[in-house]
Design a protein around this ligand. Structure first.
Ligand code: PMP
Ligand code: GLN
Length: 379
């Protein structure tokens, strides 16, 4: 018998629901990925770099051109200067970046504050480092951060706070005053912050992304995680990054070099060209805002109640006027009997009872959204 290091963990809900969708030929609005292709010029660029022979190990920290383009983006969007040499590291997806940052700072017995609903990789990453997750609940339906509870949860053992905005799965945003609250808590302790900002460019209704990078004091103790999968419609390429002050980045790289060592070389070269030319991300918000609005319009008149989606490519729908069933049961039935797969929010919860709501991904072709909405309207 193996003494499991993650005894309560099974297969991720994204794998479970995508498989159920495939097995039952349902429309898959569960796992978050586009069903349309990326810019063909990006594929051409990768192929060109492959043909030109850029097929061996990249430098451990990422190729210089991509790190420089990432640093330039932070300067342009958030007015901050990260040194491309010592403060930017390219990783094999946001998931690797999150794992490495936790492993870099969390010692056995350290406490890590996470907010539920909580992206599913955070707690296992903490546990594998011997850390103790301390879960603070964001409550349905507005999911605001209860800062008094956060203050009460901080102890001398608190090493890290993990935040995520725009937030998966609730599609809420942290405001500038949320960031100020976090900064005031951090000022009174020596904790680090891990800010998962993989949806930074997918933000709606003219709102501003409150990156931790904008807050100078907080930024100095923060790892910020990004992902090119979301930004360039290439979730399967698994390329992300971390920006963090030099001392934090140095510890981060010690872990990264032994987890993956380096990330796919030709893809880094292609992404560097796109990012340096400011391609893709400036129009991403309006691209997905239109998809959100289309999906909402298509399901209006159904018995699902839409919660506000302010960012990400996810939409929570409350189904309490359709069924009393728990969310996993209802999600399975919706897939099998009605042909639409979604994600139950219970997969992101540790303490609070799950609301009767499911997460739907609208990063889909308009015709996919039309077909799915027609099925949802029929319930
Ligand atoms: N954080 C959040 C909140 C996510 O939703 C995702 C992926 N959907 C990731 C991190 C991981 O990003 P990647 O696919 O680049 O590993
Ligand atoms: N982050 C994606 C989602 O929330 C899925 C990523 C994964 O499957 N690990 O749907």
């Amino acid at each position: 018998m193996i003494a499991s290091k993650l005894p309560t963990v099974g297969t991720t809900i994204f794998t479970v629901m995508s498989k159920l969708a495939a097995d039952t030929e349902a429309i898959n609005l569960s796992q978050g990925f586009p069903d349309f292709d990326c810019d063909p010029a990006l594929v051409d660029a990768v192929a060109r770099h492959m043909r030109e022979g850029r097929n061996q190990y990249a430098p451990m920290q990422g190729i210089a051109a991509l790190r420089e383009a990432i640093a330039a983006k932070y300067a342009e969007l958030y007015g901050v200067s990260y040194d491309a040499g010592s403060e930017v590291t390219v990783t094999s997806g946001g998931t690797e970046a999150l794992f490495d940052a936790v492993a870099a700072v969390v010692h056995p017995g350290d406490e890590v504050i996470v907010f539920e609903p909580c992206y599913d990789s955070y707690v296992p990453a903490v546990e594998l480092s011997g850390g103790v997750p301390v879960v603070v609940s964001l409550r349905y339906p507005d999911y605001r951060v209860p800062w008094n509870e956060v203050r009460a949860a901080v102890t001398p053992r608190t090493r890290l706070v993990i935040i995520n905005s725009p937030h998966n799965p609730t599609a809420t945003l942290l405001s500038a005053s949320d960031i100020d609250e976090l900064a005031s808590i951090a000022d009174r302790s020596d904790l680090f912050v891990l800010s998962d900002e993989v949806y930074e460019h997918i933000i709606f209704d003219g709102e501003r992304h409150e990156s931790v990078a904008r807050h100078e004091r907080l930024r100095r103790r923060s790892f910020i995680v990004g992902s090119f999968g979301k930004t360039y419609h290439v979730t399967g390429w698994k390329v992300g990054y971390v920006v963090a002050p030099a001392a934090l980045s140095a510890e981060f790289r010690k872990v990264h070099q032994f987890v993956t060592f380096a990330t796919n070389t030709p893809v880094q070269h292609a992404l560097a060209e796109f990012l340096a030319a400011r391609r893709g991300y400036p129009e991403l918000a309006s691209f997905y805002e239109r998809k959100r609005d289309l999906f909402l319009e298509l399901i209006s008149g159904s018995r699902f109640k839409a919660l506000p989606s302010r960012g990400t490519y996810f939409q929570l729908l409350d189904y309490s006027s359709i069924s009393e069933a728990p969310d996993m049961e209802f999600a399975v039935r919706l897939t099998r009997e009605h042909g639409v797969a979604s994600i139950p929010t219970s997969a992101f919860l540790y303490k609070q009872p799950p609301p009767r709501a499911l997460r739907f991904c609208f990063a889909k072709k308009d015709e996919t959204l039309r077909l799915a909405a027609a099925r949802l309207r029929a319930l």
